[in-house]
Design a protein around this ligand. Structure first.
Ligand SMILES: NC(=O)c1ccc[n+]([C@@H]2O[C@H](COP(=O)([O-])OP(=O)(O)OC[C@H]3O[C@@H](n4cnc5c(N)ncnc54)[C@H](OP(=O)(O)O)[C@@H]3O)[C@@H](O)[C@H]2O)c1
Length: 241
Protein backbone atom coordinates (compact mmCIF):
# COMPACT_ATOMS: atom_id res chain seq x y z
CA UNK A 1 0.00 0.00 0.00
CA UNK A 2 1.29 3.48 -0.83
CA UNK A 3 1.24 5.74 2.24
CA UNK A 4 2.93 8.76 0.63
CA UNK A 5 1.17 11.94 1.83
CA UNK A 6 -1.61 9.95 3.49
CA UNK A 7 -2.97 11.72 6.56
CA UNK A 8 -2.78 9.37 9.54
CA UNK A 9 -4.15 10.15 13.02
CA UNK A 10 -2.53 8.00 15.73
CA UNK A 11 -4.00 8.09 19.23
CA UNK A 12 -1.66 7.20 22.07
CA UNK A 13 1.25 8.36 19.90
CA UNK A 14 3.33 9.55 22.87
CA UNK A 15 4.75 6.10 23.67
CA UNK A 16 4.91 2.39 22.96
CA UNK A 17 3.00 0.88 20.07
CA UNK A 18 1.43 4.21 18.99
CA UNK A 19 4.80 5.91 18.76
CA UNK A 20 6.23 3.01 16.74
CA UNK A 21 3.22 3.13 14.38
CA UNK A 22 3.60 6.90 13.94
CA UNK A 23 7.31 6.57 13.15
CA UNK A 24 6.81 3.74 10.65
CA UNK A 25 3.98 5.49 8.77
CA UNK A 26 6.17 8.60 8.69
CA UNK A 27 9.08 6.62 7.22
CA UNK A 28 6.65 5.42 4.53
CA UNK A 29 5.89 9.08 3.64
CA UNK A 30 2.64 9.68 5.53
CA UNK A 31 1.70 12.91 7.29
CA UNK A 32 1.11 12.07 10.94
CA UNK A 33 -1.24 13.65 13.46
CA UNK A 34 0.01 12.74 16.92
CA UNK A 35 -2.65 12.56 19.65
CA UNK A 36 -2.21 11.80 23.35
CA UNK A 37 -2.32 13.76 26.61
CA UNK A 38 1.43 14.34 27.08
CA UNK A 39 1.95 17.63 25.27
CA UNK A 40 5.74 17.84 25.74
CA UNK A 41 6.36 14.31 24.50
CA UNK A 42 4.18 14.92 21.43
CA UNK A 43 5.99 18.18 20.64
CA UNK A 44 9.39 16.51 20.67
CA UNK A 45 8.16 13.52 18.60
CA UNK A 46 6.63 15.94 16.10
CA UNK A 47 10.04 17.60 15.61
CA UNK A 48 11.40 14.19 14.64
CA UNK A 49 8.67 13.41 12.06
CA UNK A 50 8.46 15.60 8.94
CA UNK A 51 5.00 17.02 8.09
CA UNK A 52 3.56 15.94 11.42
CA UNK A 53 1.23 17.74 13.76
CA UNK A 54 0.95 17.31 17.50
CA UNK A 55 -2.50 17.78 18.97
CA UNK A 56 -2.72 17.13 22.73
CA UNK A 57 -5.94 15.21 23.23
CA UNK A 58 -7.62 13.28 26.01
CA UNK A 59 -9.56 10.84 23.88
CA UNK A 60 -12.13 10.23 26.62
CA UNK A 61 -13.25 13.86 26.23
CA UNK A 62 -15.48 14.11 23.19
CA UNK A 63 -14.93 17.87 22.76
CA UNK A 64 -11.17 17.30 22.56
CA UNK A 65 -11.63 14.51 19.99
CA UNK A 66 -13.87 16.80 17.92
CA UNK A 67 -11.10 19.45 18.01
CA UNK A 68 -8.54 16.81 16.99
CA UNK A 69 -10.60 16.00 13.90
CA UNK A 70 -11.32 19.68 13.09
CA UNK A 71 -7.65 20.69 13.42
CA UNK A 72 -6.58 17.76 11.25
CA UNK A 73 -9.01 18.80 8.52
CA UNK A 74 -7.99 22.45 8.85
CA UNK A 75 -4.32 21.50 8.34
CA UNK A 76 -4.51 18.64 5.85
CA UNK A 77 -8.04 18.77 4.44
CA UNK A 78 -8.54 14.99 4.70
CA UNK A 79 -8.15 11.95 6.98
CA UNK A 80 -6.96 8.75 5.30
CA UNK A 81 -6.19 6.57 8.31
CA UNK A 82 -7.31 6.62 11.95
CA UNK A 83 -5.34 4.41 14.33
CA UNK A 84 -7.27 3.93 17.57
CA UNK A 85 -4.35 2.84 19.69
CA UNK A 86 -4.55 4.71 23.04
CA UNK A 87 -5.50 2.36 25.84
CA UNK A 88 -4.80 0.99 29.27
CA UNK A 89 -5.01 -2.38 31.00
CA UNK A 90 -7.04 -3.38 34.03
CA UNK A 91 -6.11 -6.53 35.97
CA UNK A 92 -8.66 -7.89 38.38
CA UNK A 93 -10.55 -11.04 39.20
CA UNK A 94 -14.27 -10.75 38.53
CA UNK A 95 -15.02 -10.59 42.25
CA UNK A 96 -12.73 -7.61 42.78
CA UNK A 97 -13.59 -5.46 39.78
CA UNK A 98 -14.34 -1.91 40.94
CA UNK A 99 -17.18 -0.81 38.71
CA UNK A 100 -16.09 2.83 38.71
CA UNK A 101 -12.59 1.86 37.52
CA UNK A 102 -14.01 -0.61 35.00
CA UNK A 103 -16.23 2.13 33.56
CA UNK A 104 -13.20 4.42 33.13
CA UNK A 105 -11.37 1.69 31.22
CA UNK A 106 -14.48 1.06 29.11
CA UNK A 107 -14.55 4.81 28.32
CA UNK A 108 -10.90 4.78 27.24
CA UNK A 109 -10.56 1.38 25.54
CA UNK A 110 -14.02 1.05 23.93
CA UNK A 111 -16.19 4.18 23.94
CA UNK A 112 -13.42 6.58 22.86
CA UNK A 113 -12.46 4.54 19.75
CA UNK A 114 -16.16 4.22 18.84
CA UNK A 115 -16.66 7.99 19.15
CA UNK A 116 -13.54 8.69 17.09
CA UNK A 117 -14.83 6.30 14.42
CA UNK A 118 -18.20 8.05 14.40
CA UNK A 119 -16.46 11.38 13.80
CA UNK A 120 -14.19 10.25 10.95
CA UNK A 121 -16.66 8.02 9.08
CA UNK A 122 -18.58 10.90 7.40
CA UNK A 123 -15.27 12.45 6.32
CA UNK A 124 -13.95 9.17 4.93
CA UNK A 125 -17.29 8.47 3.23
CA UNK A 126 -17.18 11.84 1.48
CA UNK A 127 -13.59 11.06 0.35
CA UNK A 128 -14.76 7.65 -0.92
CA UNK A 129 -12.02 5.91 1.08
CA UNK A 130 -10.56 5.46 4.53
CA UNK A 131 -8.81 3.07 6.87
CA UNK A 132 -9.61 2.60 10.54
CA UNK A 133 -7.18 0.47 12.53
CA UNK A 134 -8.30 -0.50 16.01
CA UNK A 135 -5.77 -1.93 18.44
CA UNK A 136 -7.43 -4.76 20.35
CA UNK A 137 -5.37 -7.36 22.22
CA UNK A 138 -4.40 -11.00 22.03
CA UNK A 139 -6.12 -11.36 25.40
CA UNK A 140 -9.44 -10.88 23.56
CA UNK A 141 -8.85 -14.33 22.04
CA UNK A 142 -7.86 -16.05 25.28
CA UNK A 143 -9.15 -16.89 28.75
CA UNK A 144 -6.67 -15.61 31.34
CA UNK A 145 -7.49 -15.33 35.05
CA UNK A 146 -7.43 -11.72 36.33
CA UNK A 147 -7.75 -10.35 32.80
CA UNK A 148 -11.45 -10.82 32.08
CA UNK A 149 -12.35 -7.13 32.43
CA UNK A 150 -9.68 -5.87 30.02
CA UNK A 151 -9.97 -8.83 27.63
CA UNK A 152 -13.75 -8.42 27.54
CA UNK A 153 -13.45 -4.76 26.55
CA UNK A 154 -10.88 -5.55 23.86
CA UNK A 155 -13.09 -8.40 22.57
CA UNK A 156 -16.00 -5.94 22.35
CA UNK A 157 -13.80 -3.50 20.43
CA UNK A 158 -12.88 -6.27 17.98
CA UNK A 159 -16.52 -7.31 17.46
CA UNK A 160 -17.72 -3.73 16.98
CA UNK A 161 -14.86 -3.14 14.51
CA UNK A 162 -15.51 -6.25 12.43
CA UNK A 163 -19.21 -5.42 12.29
CA UNK A 164 -18.47 -1.81 11.28
CA UNK A 165 -16.20 -3.16 8.57
CA UNK A 166 -19.16 -5.00 7.02
CA UNK A 167 -21.37 -1.91 7.39
CA UNK A 168 -18.86 0.46 5.77
CA UNK A 169 -17.36 -1.68 2.99
CA UNK A 170 -19.61 -0.20 0.34
CA UNK A 171 -18.40 3.31 1.29
CA UNK A 172 -14.78 2.36 0.65
CA UNK A 173 -13.98 2.34 4.37
CA UNK A 174 -12.01 -0.59 5.79
CA UNK A 175 -12.07 -1.21 9.56
CA UNK A 176 -9.27 -3.48 10.74
CA UNK A 177 -8.47 -5.06 14.11
CA UNK A 178 -4.99 -5.71 15.48
CA UNK A 179 -4.31 -8.30 18.18
CA UNK A 180 -0.87 -7.63 19.69
CA UNK A 181 0.35 -10.04 22.35
CA UNK A 182 2.77 -9.04 25.13
CA UNK A 183 4.70 -6.05 23.87
CA UNK A 184 7.60 -4.32 25.59
CA UNK A 185 6.10 -0.89 26.36
CA UNK A 186 4.94 1.03 29.44
CA UNK A 187 1.64 -0.85 29.23
CA UNK A 188 2.28 -3.10 32.24
CA UNK A 189 3.44 -0.13 34.34
CA UNK A 190 0.30 1.83 33.35
CA UNK A 191 -2.11 -1.09 33.89
CA UNK A 192 -4.49 -0.56 36.80
CA UNK A 193 -4.52 -3.53 39.16
CA UNK A 194 -6.78 -4.63 41.96
CA UNK A 195 -5.17 -6.53 44.79
CA UNK A 196 -6.62 -9.98 44.36
CA UNK A 197 -5.40 -13.47 43.67
CA UNK A 198 -2.29 -12.33 41.78
CA UNK A 199 0.11 -14.25 44.06
CA UNK A 200 -1.63 -17.54 43.40
CA UNK A 201 -1.82 -17.10 39.63
CA UNK A 202 1.35 -17.30 37.64
CA UNK A 203 0.94 -17.30 33.87
CA UNK A 204 4.58 -16.43 33.30
CA UNK A 205 5.82 -19.93 32.36
CA UNK A 206 3.35 -20.24 29.51
CA UNK A 207 4.02 -16.77 28.14
CA UNK A 208 6.26 -16.17 25.13
CA UNK A 209 8.89 -13.40 24.99
CA UNK A 210 7.50 -9.90 24.50
CA UNK A 211 7.51 -8.38 21.04
CA UNK A 212 8.91 -4.92 20.46
CA UNK A 213 6.55 -2.06 19.63
CA UNK A 214 8.44 -1.68 16.34
CA UNK A 215 7.64 -5.30 15.46
CA UNK A 216 3.91 -4.67 16.05
CA UNK A 217 4.06 -1.57 13.83
CA UNK A 218 5.74 -3.60 11.07
CA UNK A 219 3.09 -6.32 11.36
CA UNK A 220 0.35 -3.71 11.03
CA UNK A 221 1.78 -2.21 7.87
CA UNK A 222 2.35 -5.71 6.50
CA UNK A 223 -1.29 -6.49 7.31
CA UNK A 224 -2.35 -3.41 5.36
CA UNK A 225 -0.15 -4.43 2.43
CA UNK A 226 -1.76 -7.90 2.51
CA UNK A 227 -5.24 -6.38 3.00
CA UNK A 228 -5.88 -8.33 6.23
CA UNK A 229 -8.95 -7.27 8.21
CA UNK A 230 -7.70 -9.03 11.33
CA UNK A 231 -3.99 -8.66 12.05
CA UNK A 232 -2.63 -11.26 14.48
CA UNK A 233 0.56 -9.49 15.48
CA UNK A 234 2.49 -12.33 17.04
CA UNK A 235 4.02 -15.42 15.48
CA UNK A 236 3.05 -17.50 18.47
CA UNK A 237 -0.58 -16.43 18.00
CA UNK A 238 -0.49 -17.18 14.29
CA UNK A 239 0.70 -20.69 15.12
CA UNK A 240 -2.12 -21.30 17.63
CA UNK A 241 -4.90 -19.90 15.37
N1 LIG B 1 1.88 -3.64 25.48
C1 LIG B 1 1.14 -4.73 25.41
O1 LIG B 1 1.53 -5.80 25.90
C2 LIG B 1 -0.18 -4.70 24.66
C3 LIG B 1 -0.73 -5.92 24.25
C4 LIG B 1 -1.94 -5.92 23.57
C5 LIG B 1 -2.58 -4.73 23.30
N2 LIG B 1 -2.03 -3.55 23.72
C6 LIG B 1 -2.75 -2.31 23.41
O2 LIG B 1 -1.88 -1.47 22.66
C7 LIG B 1 -2.28 -0.11 22.85
C8 LIG B 1 -1.05 0.73 23.14
O3 LIG B 1 -0.50 0.34 24.38
P1 LIG B 1 1.07 0.37 24.68
O4 LIG B 1 1.50 -1.01 24.92
O5 LIG B 1 1.79 1.17 23.68
O6 LIG B 1 1.04 1.09 26.12
P2 LIG B 1 1.63 2.49 26.65
O7 LIG B 1 3.09 2.56 26.33
O8 LIG B 1 1.17 2.59 28.05
O9 LIG B 1 0.90 3.58 25.74
C9 LIG B 1 -0.44 3.98 25.95
C10 LIG B 1 -0.70 5.23 25.15
O10 LIG B 1 -2.07 5.62 25.36
C11 LIG B 1 -2.11 7.00 25.65
N3 LIG B 1 -3.28 7.33 26.46
C12 LIG B 1 -3.66 6.81 27.65
N4 LIG B 1 -4.78 7.40 28.09
C13 LIG B 1 -5.11 8.33 27.15
C14 LIG B 1 -6.16 9.27 27.02
N5 LIG B 1 -7.12 9.39 27.95
N6 LIG B 1 -6.20 10.07 25.92
C15 LIG B 1 -5.24 9.97 24.97
N7 LIG B 1 -4.23 9.10 25.02
C16 LIG B 1 -4.17 8.29 26.11
C17 LIG B 1 -0.79 7.29 26.39
O11 LIG B 1 -0.41 8.65 26.24
P3 LIG B 1 -0.61 9.81 27.33
O12 LIG B 1 -0.34 9.22 28.67
O13 LIG B 1 0.39 10.82 26.87
O14 LIG B 1 -2.02 10.28 27.15
C18 LIG B 1 0.17 6.41 25.59
O15 LIG B 1 0.63 7.09 24.45
C19 LIG B 1 -3.33 -0.12 23.96
O16 LIG B 1 -4.62 -0.01 23.38
C20 LIG B 1 -3.17 -1.48 24.60
O17 LIG B 1 -4.36 -1.93 25.19
C21 LIG B 1 -0.84 -3.51 24.39
Amino acid sequence: MDFKNKVVIVTGASSGIGLAIARLFSIRGARIVLAARSEDKLKSISKELPNSLSIPTDITKIDEVKKLIEKTIASFNRIDILVNNAGRGYDSSLENIKIETFQKIIDLDLIAPIQAMQLVIPIMRSQGSGEIINISSGTALMVLPEMGAYAGIKAALAKVSLTANEELKSDGIHVRVVYPYITATDFEKNTLKEKSREESIDNSNSLPQPDSAEYIAERILLGLDKNQTEIFAHDWMNKTK
